[in-house]
Design a protein around this ligand. Sequence first.
Ligand code: SIN
Length: 347
Amino acid sequence: HSDPMSMHPRLSVPAWRPAARRGFALLLAGLALLASGPAQAELTIRFAHVVAEDTPKGLAVKRFAQLVAERAPGRIRVVIYPSAQIYGDNDEIEALQVGAVEMLAPSLSKFGRVGVPEFDLFDLPFLFDNLAEVQRLTQGPLGQRLLAGLGRQQLVGLGYLDNGFKHMSANRPLLEPIDFQGLRMRVQGSRVIAAQMRALGAIPVALPFSQTFDALQRQIVQGTENPLSNFWTQRMDRVQSDLSLTQHAYLGYAVITSQRFWRSLTNSDRALLAQALRDALAYGNQIADQQNDKALSALRRAGTTQVHTLSPAQRTKLRAAVQPVYEQLGQRIERTWLNDVQQVLGR
Ligand code: SIN
């Protein structure tokens, strides 16, 4: 892959014979052409994310790039860097703020750490029963208010994208709180998720997504939580013998850009990009469930990881164990956020 951060090499044309000089100039022109592609776009949007291409996020971002290519052919180009190829959880938001990339779609669990902690409410275990409930929140005024909060970090929130519900994995079934005792569990950098693991008796270890497989393989951590599409596309089945269908919490994303980039666009380009993104996110939200179902079938076919279903009584025990997490979040963010969420969900 070409390194988008690298500068063009500084070449100076030496005072050679004219023919050699012409040749050298041609070579430079050729190099420039190679670097820019056959038709140089006026505007290139570098879109980085951390998951595989064959996931709800990977596919939605691809759709966005296609729609932009159709609607602004040759003029605006979206270049995608999946699988944390250039930036990952630890540096992607900074890369966006300094203008090294133009768009990202971090999980909602990753905004607390950059100073917008109200997003942590999406991590509350057993808050949502299904994606329709999530969408009631994300597609309504409360969802818009949350996105607006990203402005405090000079970011622009452009829309929400679902992945789905997370399940617990380890080298043993995780069906009741007792099964979690003393297990080191990889988590995203979210205080709610860390508190959830502690409430279950586990030890949370925050690691970037791109390091999770390796950490599991080397037994630095013993378990983790993922929606099925992430579990399967990272081939975590090779390092986790058991997956328990806990469906205990939600994983979703916000597509973001920087205020600086967004304001640098013409009104018509901004509108074109916003519409292409809305269309791509609608598509992504529509296929998210399907992608997770496909991953479960693939996992079952592979037979590498045993898949466990919880009884209602086991799920009730997990739910009861994590209740303190709600109180802890209530002390960290303004109480109104939680009240408003309960109201939207009709609790
Ligand atoms: C992602 O889906 O973007 C990664 C989530 C994670 O870090 O577990």
